[in-house]
Design a binder for this molecule. Sequence first.
Ligand code: NAD
Length: 499
Amino acid sequence: MKTIGHYVNAQNIEGTSGNFADIYNPATGEVQAQVALASVEEVEAAIEKAAAAQVAWAATNPQRRARVFMKFGALINEHMDELAELISREHGKTIPDAKGDIQRGLEVVEVCMGLPAQLKGEFTDSAGTGIDLYSMRQPLGVVAGITPFNFPAMIPLWKMAPAIACGNAMILKPSERCPSTAMRLAELFTQAGLPEGVLQVINGDKLTVDTLLDNETIQAVGFVGSTPIAQYIYGRAATNGKRAQCFGGAKNHMIIMPDADLDKAADALIGAGYGAAGERCMAISVAVPVGKDTADKLVEKLVPKIEKLKVAPYTAGDDVDYGPVITKAAKDRILGLIDSGVAQGATLVTDGRAFSLQGYEDGFFVGPTLFDNVTPDMDIYQQEVFGPVLSMVRAQEYEEALDLVMDNEYGNGTAIYTADGDVARDFASRVNVGMVGINFPIPVPLSYYSFGGWKKSAFGDLNQYGPDAFKFYTKTKTVTARWFSGIKDGAALNFKAID
Ligand code: NAD
């Protein structure tokens, strides 16, 4: 059985705790590897080494640091196929989707290539007589990144790239369900010239995370995962005096207005609802058609598209639409929620519960499922399903649809499909959600903006990557400097003997 340890001081090392977690092949249900779960001592040793390495990295001039990112970006591109295979093997997503996962992380690395410009301070000349005022952005020290299973490349890169660009060292704790991609990215970062110890990848579970949260050397925590864990980590990190930004779960709604192009809206719902088996924090899980006619037509358009979806292991080719979900527990939870939707009176239009593939009967596959006539009191509406299940909640008018989005406890992403600019503007302005798409289903901001939800989708102040990340990972120091008038005023212009 293959075992995965940790990446410390630019070396792959074995775990010493004796504790391991299973990594599954989600397509077959078999255990394909085991990952070591770090002990308190292993985490503390990695932090100590990172703290030693951080000092020289912070002192490396910004352009030299930027060159490491340039090489890292080139290496990620060179190793795109290999990294995609690593992602798909452990996560189960298709190869094209895995390449998207890498690409959206790579784009954050690209922004970090411009780190000298991002980290410039402010300067006021002559703020008073002989007084200059300036601010500097200085690194925090050693920071921690804790990431989820659903984007094994993108989210570790969202964490490690800006943190390290700012002159910090990072302890990255990837998901124990698919850790290999983060381990390989760390090797490539070293190959690009990152000094040893600046990035340590420590695998583990709650004990590892809690050790990071309680350790005094760790200055900041960047977390992405489910809402209950995000809230817990935010609380514990903040109590311990650390900066924390913790991004949580989602329930993203798409409003479809009667004037929308329904073919385009249906295509968008198929991609955003079922892509990556619905395991995206920006997936659309609720469609809100406005008006009976819009809803009826939309169902009519969705059903044949859903029936055509190819659900299979990634190895079955690039035309696979989506693969298995991550674990048997995830599959059972999703099937249970579909059962609850039926029991609570929603209309099951397409039923993915009985989906099975010959040769992969033990795999964690769930067929594409569509519910109509879902109401806000149902479990299928209230809980984050994180599976290939789209719920349709019918609204009579725009204000009712908007209220639905506003009243939902999550606020990660949302979208509206319409041909009316006035409605689109009103929606973008009033909705209490962090990322908004107008005729655009998955509005993940490009890497030179920042990503973050509202309400229970995020805890903390600043968003991740982009301009906010450069603020989150640096402390501002402001200097007021006065230089008294001296030799300039008293300068002697005549040639004379020194007194
Ligand atoms: P998760 O919360 O189970 O795990 C995330 C990380 O936290 C993992 O590294 C895990 O080891 C660690 N962890 C789990 N339980 C812990 C505990 N009790 N104490 C300390 N650490 C713990 O999330 P997941 O299942 O890996 O990922 C799916 C979730 O992530 C979904 O809810 C999804 O919406 C969310 N997500 C959010 C965003 C975003 O940016 N808002 C992006 C991607 C995924």
